[in-house]
Each structure stands twice: as structure tokens, then as C-alpha cells.
Design a protein around this ligand. Structure first.
Ligand code: FMN
Length: 420
């Protein structure tokens, strides 16, 4: 009888990906993705856009995929070998990576003026898109509209990640890293167990030490609008807050995740409430009460513009002054609540110096039970790892650098202990 591992390998060997490579700097990451997919036995057939060929060569793609690279809609040879409609249906999954603003826009508008966009229109197979572009392009309202349209059309997304970009700017827009990308592809193919087989079994779901308990977690940045297109925000990616929510859910907790704008998927078993501003976040938190524990990880903007202009504020050539008002302190509000004060209120603090001393001061001022402080002077935002120090009334605990996911799990275990 075949072992489960060889059965899995056999199933993967039957899987086929049609990989559309667009014209972005991140196209080089596709070469590693192709290598990883092939290593897992998955067949990859590449389609390269004209702009894509400026970034990676057809030769590299052909060599790694061990298949022909399709580039031209009007190629007589290709059309005789495999017509574009047949090509669009020759795989179990169509993957677009990097998905340029252009390809996303074309697919959302139903345009089909080259091989890649025609395939996206003609396919009857699931589509997974990995956006990669400059942060301004990603945050542009047109891209947001196009992404929302594609999501409504049933297209799945992986990434983009937040971090430093090839152009030197910082923010969301980096293509998902090949390992995370591979995971998303295997999940979309219904083969998530392959990853589990490599990384160990999934953590237990359902009954756990926090079953019957309810927790509120805040995550991500807030966005405080100044006019219809601009606003104040910060560099929080939301990763740490989402990891805490996931850690709690893994222990059986009912979790309400109140999230500012992020590009992250909702962790399994978590109820997510999306908000934009600090005032909305405060209201959503109030609404989530009563809870046994509240963990405030969100980087809530301290201030918001006093006036939100109805129209885009125009340049006058003379600079300008924007009056700001202070936002409510959500952590302090929860910790000092007269009614429905959660039994455990935990706050995260991002510090750039005197981490421990500032955390102690924050613990006292806010009236919470624990402060998880991290030193953000060396760039924690958007990273996978974090180094934290826990400052409570009983003492201080320094944790070594571990992944944000691991911090989420360890903190959830601590919460389970405290609530037992
Ligand atoms: C150096 C360079 C880098 C680029 N990087 C990106 C990118 O990362 N994302 C993107 O959406 N467009 C990027 N562009 C613009 C696209 O290449 C351009 O929109 C092109 O028409 C996309 O074609 P395609 O969608 O058919 O691949 C870049 C252009 C240049 C010159």
C-alpha cells in the first residue's frame, strides 16, 4: 500500500500551474517560486508578458519549468500547438506573479489585448494573484477599486507584504516571499497538508484551554483622513496583532479582531471587524465587550486632523498648517472602564529608546495588567520576527527574538494561564 507521503507526492505530480509573469522588479522571485513548485512535483507552464521579459528571460523560465514559455497572443506556432483558450484551461490554477497594477487593472476591467490578459478572461480555472508594485501604486484608489472588483469576481490574493521597496520607499507592495507564496498556492490547490507534513501538524483547533473565553484583539494601523485622498497613518503591518489573534483562536478562544487597514488574511476561527480611524476602532472595541481579555496591539494614531476637507486640499505655493486633535486612548479606556472592564488588559508598546522604563511608565499610566514592549528603533514593522519584553506588576520577562507567530502563541498561553 502506498504511504501517505507518496500518495501526496503522486497527487501533487498531477497538479498543473499556469504562471503568468508580469513586468515588475519582483519577477525575479518567480524563478525561485518555479523551482519550489517543481521541487514539490507541481508542473509549471509559464506565460511571460512583453514587460515581464524585460525583467526575466524566457530562457531562465523555460529551463526552470522544463516547459515552453508562451509570450505572444498572435503566434501561429503557439496557436497551432495549443490555442490560447486551451492554454487558459490547461492548468488547475492560474497564478499571476508579479501581478502588475496594469495586469490587475486589465483583469478587473475585462480587457484582453495580450496573451496574459486574454488568458485571464478566458480561463474557467481559479486565479491567484500576487500583487507587486510601488507603495503609491498599491495605495492608489484605482488599484484598490480593481482589487476589490477582482475579489468580488472570486479571484484570490496573496500579499502584498509590507517593507522596503526596490525604489527605496517603504510600505505595502512587495510581492509575497516564495515560501509564503508556495503555501498559498498549495492551499488554493487544496493541498495545505503538504505544508503541514513539512512543518508539523496544525495546532489544535476547537476545544482548548481558552474554550468558553472571549478576547478582543486590536491590530494594524489606523488611518486618519485629512481629505478624500490623504491622511495620517503609520507603519504597522498588523502582523503581530493578527498573530496574537491566531494564537488565542488556536487555544479555543472566541476572538474578535478589530483591525485597521492591512493586507493580511483573517486568521482561521477569528471574527474580524474592519475599521479605519481611531474613533471607529474605539467604537468597535466598546461593541465587542464584554470580553475576558483585551489585547491592544494596534498602532492607533495619537492624533487626527481636526477638520476633514470634503475636497482634495489644493497646493497654494505657501505651505500650510494642519491642526490636529488627540485621539482617545483605547488601551487606557479599556483598562479604566467602570463597566465591563476585561479581567485582563494587555497593551503593546512600540518604543525607540529606554524600552523597559517607558513600558513601566505606560503600565502605571494606563492602568493595564501587562505591557508587551518592543524596540522598534531597528525596524520591526512588516518583519516576521520580533523581540519583546513583558512588563507586568509582578516583574519583567525578556523574550529572545522569535517569530511574531511564536510570540502570538506564547502570549496566548500566558493569557490562558492567567484566566484559568
Ligand atoms: C524598472 C521598472 C520597474 C517596474 N516595476 C513595476 C512593478 O513592480 N509593478 C508594476 O505594477 N509595474 C511596474 N513597472 C511598470 C510596468 O512594467 C508597466 O506598467 C508594464 O506596462 C506592465 O506590463 P504587464 O502588466 O503586461 O506586465 C515597472 C517599470 C519599470 C521600467
Amino acid at each position: 500500500m502506498a504511504s501517505p507521503a507518496s500518495e501526496m507526492e503522486f497527487r501533487l505530480a498531477q497538479r498543473r500551474i499556469l504562471l503568468i509573469v508580469g513586468g515588475g522588479i519582483a519577477a525575479y522571485k518567480c524563478l525561485e517560486l518555479v523551482r519550489l513548485l517543481k521541487k514539490h512535483g507541481v508542473a509549471v507552464r509559464p506565460v511571460l508578458t512583453r514587460a515581464g521579459a524585460e525583467f526575466v528571460t524566457p530562457l531562465s523560465l523555460a529551463a526552470l519549468s522544463e516547459d515552453k514559455v508562451y509570450q505572444d497572443l498572435f503566434s501561429l506556432t503557439d496557436e497551432q500547438e495549443m490555442g490560447h483558450i486551451e492554454l487558459s484551461r490547461s492548468a488547475d490554477l492560474v497564478v499571476v506573479a508579479p501581478a502588475t497594477a496594469d495586469l490587475i487593472g486589465k483583469a478587473a476591467s475585462g480587457l484582453a489585448n495580450d496573451l496574459a490578459s486574454t488568458i485571464l478572461m478566458a480561463t474557467d480555472k481559479p486565479v491567484l494573484v500576487a500583487p507587486a508594485m510601488n507603495v503609491r501604486m498599491w495605495l492608489h484608489p484605482a488599484t484598490a477599486r480593481n482589487v476589490a472588483q477582482l475579489q468580488a469576481d472570486g479571484v484570490s490574493f496573496v500579499g502584498p507584504d509590507e517593507g522596503e521597496m526596490a525604489c527605496g520607499e517603504f510600505g505595502p507592495g512587495r510581492m509575497a516571499e516564495p515560501a509564503a507564496f508556495l503555501k498559498a498556492i498549495l492551499e488554493r490547490l487544496g493541498e495545505a497538508q503538504v505544508i503541514e507534513a513539512q512543518t508539523g501538524p496544525a495546532r489544535p483547533r476547537g476545544p482548548g484551554p481558552l474554550t468558553g473565553k472571549r478576547a478582543l484583539v486590536t491590530a494594524g494601523p489606523t488611518f486618519e483622513p485629512a481629505d478624500p485622498v490623504r491622511g495620517l497613518t503609520n507603519r504597522s503591518s498588523g502582523k503581530q496583532g493578527y498573530a496574537v489573534a491566531a494564537g488565542l483562536a488556536e487555544l479555543g478562544c472566541e476572538v474578535i479582531l478589530v483591525s485597521g487597514p492591512t493586507a493580511l488574511p483573517t486568521p482561521e476561527g477569528v471574527t474580524r471587524v474592519d475599521v479605519e480611524t481611531a474613533l471607529q476602532m474605539e467604537a468597535a472595541c466598546r461593541e465587542a465587550l464584554p470580553v475576558n481579555a483585551a489585547v491592544c496591539v494596534a498602532a492607533v494614531a495619537d492624533w487626527r486632523p481636526e477638520v476633514i476637507a470634503n475636497h482634495k486640499i489644493k497646493k497654494t505655493g505657501q505651505g500650510g498648517v494642519m491642526r490636529l486633535v488627540e485621539n482617545p486612548d483605547i488601551l487606557e479606556g479599556l483598562a479604566k472602564a467602570k463597566e465591563n472592564r476585561p479581567r485582563l488588559v494587555i497593551g503593546f508598546a512600540a518604543e525607540t529608546d529606554d524600552v523597559e522604563a517607558n513600558a513601566r511608565a505606560k503600565l502605571k499610566k494606563k492602568g493595564c495588567d501587562l505591557i508587551v514592549a518592543n524596540d522598534v528603533s531597528s525596524g520591526v514593522f512588516g518583519e516576521e520576527d520580533n523581540t519583546v519584553v513583558l512588563v507586568g506588576r509582578g516583574g519583567v520577562e525578556q523574550w529572545e527574538t522569535v517569530s511574531k507567530a511564536e510570540i502570538g502563541r506564547r502570549l496566548a498561553a500566558k493569557i490562558a494561564e492567567a484566566l484559568a
